[in-house]
Design a protein around this ligand. Structure first.
Ligand SMILES: CCCCCCCCCCCCCC(=O)SCCNC(=O)CCNC(=O)[C@H](O)C(C)(C)COP(=O)(O)OP(=O)(O)OC[C@H]1O[C@@H](n2cnc3c(N)ncnc32)[C@H](O)[C@@H]1OP(=O)(O)O
Length: 215
């Protein structure tokens, strides 16, 4: 199985959704600019973000699933796979998940600047806990993928300490703590832009998938 070359992809797959949009708030734009500045000396890297997976072309997805997830593959409708999109990149601009991630290789950190839009409401005026969990999973998951390639979340432990105001910008800071064999331990917190409010803390365990195993 070879990785998907960009030339196979329809034009819309090439769009990087983590670049500034008119719907972004001032805070979001400001933090984006600050991190882009940090990228200038190479210490941080801006991570592009698309609405498809690496193996989007149907036969690549099928090959991937058969190789890594043979048990699941028996229940998956291959035709529907053609419509598959990344969960967090499916809302109209400004209504759902707006985010951009940056990576620091020396510190093994991924930082996500995240603004949860009005369609992500849970309690009135607050971001839904599932939306926070999703973005934590995406951030620590990105960290795990950068470190070890094809991984899955085995455990995600979240303490919600303060409600996140809807449509506010938060910083999700993740840290790769250790790797033991196939296990990656990554911790994470969610803070307000001024770093005065700690909204959420989380720990996670990712497992590097082993194609020899029948998961
Ligand atoms: C540039 C990058 C861009 C990236 C863009 C996209 C980013 C998007 C990111 C989105 C991210 C979204 C991501 C998602 O949404 S992933 C979707 C949610 N996750 C799942 O569906 C996973 C379901 N679980 C499984 O498939 C299996 O259980 C896995 C594969 C995880 C492990 O099954 P496998 O058979 O392979 O492993 P093993 O049983 O031999 O265990 C191996 C070791 O691990 C230890 N262990 C296992 N489980 C647990 C546990 N729960 N707590 C504590 N420990 C646990 C175990 O004791 C053993 O330890 P040891 O005995 O060796 O010491």
């Amino acid at each position: 199985m070879r990785p998907l070359a960009g030339s196979y992809l329809p034009e819309f797959f090439h769009e990087d959704h983590s670049l500034p949009k008119p719907s972004w708030s001032k805070d979001m734009r400001l933090l984006f600019d600050q991190f882009m500045k940090k990228c200038e000396d190479g210490s941080w890297i801006h991570l592009p973000s698309y609405n498809y997976t690496l193996f989007q072309r149907s036969q690549d997805i099928s090959a991937f699933i058969h190789a890594y997830l043979p048990t699941a593959s028996k229940l998956i409708n291959e035709e529907k796979l053609l419509q598959a999109k990344i969960f967090t990149r499916n809302f109209e601009d400004g209504l759902g998940f707006e985010y951009v991630m940056f990576y620091n290789d020396v510190e093994k950190r991924v930082v996500c600047v995240f603004e949860g839009g009005p369609y992500l409401q849970g309690m009135p005026g607050c971001l839904h806990g599932g939306a926070i969990a999703t973005m934590i999973d995406a951030t620590v998951g990105t960290s795990a993928m950068i470190a070890e390639g094809i991984v899955m979340t085995a455990n995600l432990n979240i303490n919600f300490k303060r409600p996140v105001p809807l449509c506010s910008v938060v910083l999700i800071n993740s840290q790769l703590d250790k790797i033991e064999g196939r296990k990656l331990f990554i911790s994470c917190n969610v803070q307000s832009v001024d770093e005065k409010t700690l909204y959420t803390e989380a720990t996670s365990l990712f497992i590097k998938l082993d194609p020899e195993k029948q998961v």
